[in-house]
Design a protein around this ligand. Sequence first.
Ligand code: AMP
Length: 416
Amino acid sequence: MTEPSLTFEDFDLDPALQDAIKKMNYHKPTPVQAEAIPALLERQDVLAGAATGTGKTAAFVLPMLQYLLDEPRHPDLPRVLLLAPTRELAFQIHKVVKQLGTFCNFKTAIITGGFDKANQFKTLRQPFDILVGTPGRLTYLMAEDALNLSDIEMVVIDEADRMLDMGQGKDVLALLDAIPEDFQAALFSATLSGAGVRKFAEEILDDPVTVQIEAPNQQSEQIQQIVYLANDKAHKQALLENILNDATCQSAIVFCNKKERALEVTEWLQSRNISAQVLHGDFIQAVRMDKMHKFKSGKIKVLVATDVAARGLDMLHITHVINYDLPFRGDIYIHRIGRTGRAQQVGIAVNLVERHDLENLERIEYHLQQQLPVGKIAGLEANFKMKDVAKKPAKKKVKKKDATKKSAAKTAKKKK
Ligand code: AMP
């Protein structure tokens, strides 16, 4: 159990880090920080099941910075490798490294796809301590002999489940294979339930401390979830407009499963004079960043996004996440709604459900082991009821929190 009274002062962290924590206004450690930071400070490997929005980034960045402070060395080659599945998440991690390392003197580099390779060759010729990047571009640069990982002492793999989904497992293992010495490793994943993640973790981690903050099918209690039933597309659009025009909705992400739908919904919202922009994976990095910036600064109220495009989007003032299309899988649902209700804020996750979405809803409810409440908006009630059409979610065993449990997989190690 997490000590309720635990503070950051209870960790053996340098004053430079304590000051940065204060500057960030973190008052007390989040559960994943309370459990992962001590283990990482003790140089243990960590396997953490923590969804986005739990404070997981600081959970690995703080002990990483403390390690570099404890073992000062002038770097020729990077000493820490932080891997993320997408460039947005890599930028987000890099930002947290900068923020929490603001009173330290470490040099960092960020290398992801979507940016000029020639500049990246140059960057890698400079000395720096911390490398943040995405696996694909890093393996490319390694194959070109531009990246030398032989001095890496610590590796963090963030959102490992997403990496595996995106087919990056091989690249990650190739990068780790290039690290000759024993290194500390941490693997973070929204869910630890899949066999894929477990196997991947076994290949990488050495007798890890397991930190399972929430069961993989639970989400933050700070997110209120609701379902609105819709008769057809026009009804769905009317519900969407009503929700976005409500005074409580200040900033929203509307999720669609496909780029084409995201475009269609954006055009429709614009035609209704709602400030909306589309964000999908086909935009070049500069355009994506520009849109995200406008959204974060409040110039755009609604971002209509596909899953890939919205990865790594971290902001505290998203009040609503709206699933215009329900995702096909429960873990994607958890990732989506994790965009709201971050840290101390309360968020609302709305699901617009037509009859043909019910199969996805059932899958999500099965994953959550919870039936989502169905709401009504006056004048926009559906002409059918859930009980007329839906099956009850099947029961599955929900594994409760198993914090700081050593993994049984002590033998199957690849670490050298
Ligand atoms: P993450 O799960 O790392 O994406 O973090 C989610 C959000 O929580 C970010 O905006 C962080 O700045 C914020 N955060 C992280 N740790 C804390 C903390 N201990 N107290 C308050 N906010 C935090």
